[in-house]
Structure formats: structure tokens, C-alpha cells
Design a protein around this ligand. Structure first.
Ligand SMILES: [Fe+2]
Ligand SMILES: [Fe+2]
Length: 252
């Protein structure tokens, strides 16, 4: 499992984990993120149960497991949170699990003993430590009906979940960052055209994030955007024809 540091200032740190070489080929590749501030840490989209052993080993190389105080699930998908009962077993029993109110009853199918701190549709602000506030920003219908991004104004990082995702063949994987935006489009084009369904939601998301200062846009699959590639991605997504699956239902 690769681990890269996206931001570090004093005791405030963001790290990305992904491209696990032991991942079975039939399991989609995912990125997991760890935010630390002081002695508190939050895992963003901690991953599916298949990646749990590799993730646990990678995270505990960086921090003590007791420091993981919260899990954030951007939405309900198994690649995001089917590891939930495993994390709850190794972390403290008082770990917080943030999730859209819409999905609490459904995600309980992964872990019926989990209690969730549910996020309202408009999002919310949480303090990871006295010195660090994080904002859960609504990104509904992109692709999930109850879906959130995480924004850290201090680190100027937006965790964007499935928005910005790319599916990159294993033999084309290299670093963790986009280095050539034009050639990266081939790995995210079909994904966004099909998985992102609502043009109205996309437009609202673009308007919302365009007001934020973002140095790094960090998706749950594929490569991470930094610098000018953040705006390149937002502009590309703003103009994309999405909802491609609707054509299959078109009346003949
Ligand atoms: Fe998803
Ligand atoms: Fe995903």
C-alpha cells in the first residue's frame, strides 16, 4: 500500500493511501485518507473489507490506532465502508462514524452494532481537534443520493469522494498525482459520464467548490489533482455530458 503525505504543518497532516499491490484484480482500486491534528485522527472512506488488513498495517505505521477517533463515510458504497465493523473492532469503542442521515439504516447492513453521527443534507462542521475544523460539504447525487465531500480550509484540501475518480489499469499506475491532465482524461471520462447522473447537481457542486481555495483535490479512486490541475478538473467536469445510462432507457 502506497502512502503519500499531502500536507504537513506542525501537528496537522493529511496522508493518502492507495494502489495496494496485494489487491485482488476483481476489487476496484481505492484511495483512503488520514487527517491528523494533535492526537486525533480521522479516516476518510476507510475502504472495503478486502483492503482492511493492508490499510490497518499502513495506518499503524503512521499513528497509534487509539488516535483514530473518527471515520467518515462519504456515502454508502461497499468500497467505502464495508470495513466498518473491522475498524470498530480495532479502534476505541467510542469512535465516531460520520455518514449521511440517508444511509444510516442501509450501512447498518455492514455493521448492525455501529452507531452513526448522521450528517444533515446541508452538511456540517466538525472539530477534529481544538485547532482544526473540517467541513462536510454536500455533493448529493454525485453519484450517491446522500453524499459529502470534506474540506479543510487550513490545508486547502478537498476530499471529493467519487468526484474526480479515475480507474487506472495496474500496468499504467505510477505515482499518486496527476502529472498530465490531458492524458488522464481517458481514465476518468467513462466513469463520470456514467456514474454522475444529475446535471443540476453537478452545476451546483461546481458553483459551490469554485468559491473554495483548493490546492489539492483528492478523489477516492485514481490520481490526486494538485495546483492548476484542480481547476482543470473542475472545468472539465463542468462541461461534461453526464448521465450516459439514461440512453439505455430511452423510448424507442
Ligand atoms: Fe461510490
Ligand atoms: Fe467509489
Amino acid at each position: 500500500m502506497k502512502c503519500v503525505t499531502l500536507f504537513r504543518q506542525d501537528d496537522h497532516c493529511w496522508q493518502a493511501f492507495g494502489q495496494d499491490p496485494d489487491r485482488p484484480d476483481n476489487v476496484v482500486d481505492t484511495n483512503q485518507y488520514l487527517i491528523r491534528s494533535g492526537a486525533s485522527a480521522m479516516l476518510l472512506d476507510p475502504g472495503g473489507m478486502e483492503v482492511f488488513p493492508a490499510m490497518l498495517a499502513a495506518v499503524t505505521r503512521e499513528i497509534a490506532i487509539e488516535d483514530v477517533k473518527a471515520l467518515f463515510l462519504s456515502h454508502q458504497d461497499p468500497d467505502i465502508g464495508s470495513s466498518l465493523p473491522l475498524w470498530r473492532r480495532v479502534c476505541g469503542a467510542d469512535i465516531k462514524v460520520y455518514l449521511s442521515w440517508l444511509w444510516a439504516g442501509f450501512t447498518s447492513h455492514f455493521d448492525r452494532n455501529a452507531t452513526f453521527t448522521t450528517v444533515p443534507d446541508e452538511g456540517m462542521e466538525v472539530s477534529l481537534s481544538p485547532g482544526l475544523k473540517l467541513r462536510f460539504i454536500p455533493a448529493h447525487y454525485l453519484h450517491s443520493a446522500g453524499n459529502f465531500n470534506v474540506y479543510d480550509a487550513k490545508a486547502r484540501i478537498l476530499f471529493s469522494g467519487d468526484i474526480g475518480a479515475a480507474l487506472i489499469p495496474r500496468d499504467r499506475q505510477g505515482g499518486m498525482f496527476v502529472t498530465d491532465f490531458a492524458s488522464h482524461i481517458q481514465y476518468m471520462d467513462a466513469f463520470h459520464r456514467r456514474w454522475m447522473a444529475s446535471t443540476r447537481a453537478r452545476d451546483a457542486w461546481v458553483a459551490q467548490v469554485s468559491k473554495l481555495d483548493i490546492d489539492i483535490l483528492a478523489p477516492q479512486h485514481g490520481l490526486i489533482f494538485k495546483g492548476d490541475d484542480v481547476k482543470r478538473f473542475i472545468d472539465w467536469f463542468a462541461g461534461l455530458d453526464i448521465g450516459s445510462g439514461i440512453a439505455a432507457m430511452a423510448s424507442k
